[in-house]
Ligand binder design. Structure first.
Ligand code: UT7
Length: 323
């Protein structure tokens, strides 16, 4: 039997604390005007004390399971994309599996920073298509606020916390119609690790560390590499990038999103953007944006959706699915 990974449901969760640009301008030498003009961000959410990445992930996953009409016992694979795990080990996916009451199956984390959700989705797709696993929870969840240097204006204005989740089901390709994951593309160029990294680690410093970024160097790579990944995915699927119904990009910078839209001649009213109110939530940003557009009725079952991301590594990638 030829199997496909079909999206059965989606959900997301944002913590309650709102941190505005004005709040940040009171702490560091920045301004609402600079942040909005350079990034498109107006505010972001910050996880509360005692609220961990696994808590955000569980809240999003419960909503995704509800929307899929599934029970935790239906799930046999949990893949969680995060750079901000609860602990060095076990994987946050294992903690989430237990908190949700998923009784069996595999659970592991994927670490590809802001590209994490595309990496996790691609991994789940390959697991499901072998037939070894039947129902996957793919989650992007971050408490990036915990690795921010709140004195560093070049990074502290960019990031936020949140989580999003998809439930994917292995279905007989004959019966699923044209729905499901169609094509994916992953890339990494490890020569650029210094452009975006954390200056601590278990094996190097024994500390957690803080995000350090040479933003303009990452920016210069982003539009071209993201566009190339989307072109590669479109080519595999045999479509023109402009044929997509919805573009759900990683929410790093409004200017990067516009650059990709212009380069690939995408219809600008088909772009899903949540950056203004959420900032960059790293691996969580794509499923958060996707869920917002499902809930407000824009993305409907059967729509052709392209996702993409670029992040630390540098890693990048794209995926095309029929929702
Ligand atoms: O999601 C993972 C991947 N990450 C990304 O894709 C991020 C990519 N990079 C970016 O989005 C942009 O590079 C930033 C938004 C981070 C920065 O925008 P930029 O237009 O590239 O600014 P810049 O880094 O070249 O800095 C321009 C100026 C500098 O001042 P001088 O040297 O020109 O005097 C910075 O010191 O802006 C200054 N600056 C700030 N000023 C006010 C940097 N951060 C701030 C700030 N407020 N928060």
């Amino acid at each position: 039997m030829n199997l496909k990974s079909v999206l059965a449901g989606a959900g997301s969760y944002l913590p309650g604390n709102v941190l505005s640009n004005a709040d940040l301008a009171a702490r560091v030498d920045t301004s609402d005007e600079w942040i909005r003009a350079r990034t498109g961000i107006k505010s972001r959410r910050i996880a509360g004390e005692g609220e961990f990445t696994s808590d955000l992930a569980v809240a999003a996953a419960r909503k995704a399971l509800d929307s899929a009409g599934k029970d935790p016992s239906d799930v046999d694979l949990v893949i969680l994309a995060t750079t901000t795990p609860d602990k060095t080990f076990p994987a946050t996916a294992a903690i989430v599996q237990a908190k949700l009451g998923v009784p069996a199956g595999a659970a592991f984390d994927v670490q590809a920073v802001c590209s994490g959700f595309v990496y996790a989705l691609t991994t789940a797709d390959k697991f499901l298509r072998t037939g070894d696993h039947k129902c996957a929870l793919v989650i992007g969840a971050e408490t990036f606020s915990r690795i921010i240097d709140w004195e560093d204006r070049s990074t502290c204005v960019l990031f936020g916390d949140g989580a999003g989740a998809w439930v994917l089901e292995a279905q007989d390709a004959e019966k699923s119609g044209d729905r499901g994951v169609i094509a994916t593309e992953l890339q990494c160029d490890g020569r650029f690790t210094d452009y975006l990294h954390v200056d601590g680690g278990v094996s190097s410093t024994g500390t957690v560390g803080h995000v350090r970024m040479q933003g303009n160097k990452v920016f210069r790579q982003a539009i071209e590499r993201i566009s190339d990944a989307m072109i590669a995915v479109a080519r595999k699927a045999g479509i023109a990038p402009s044929a997509i119904d919805w573009f759900v990009p990683h929410q790093a910078n409004e200017r990067i999103i516009h650059g990709v839209v212009e380069r690939l001649n995408l219809p600008s009213d088909r772009v899903v953007s949540t950056i203004a109110e959420q900032g960059n939530t790293s691996a969580a940003s794509i499923p958060l944006a996707f869920d917002a557009a499902v809930r407000d009725g824009r993305i409907k079952p059967g729509d052709l959706v392209m996702i993409e991301a670029m992040g630390g590594g540098l890693t990048w990638g794209a995926a095309l699915l029929r929702a």
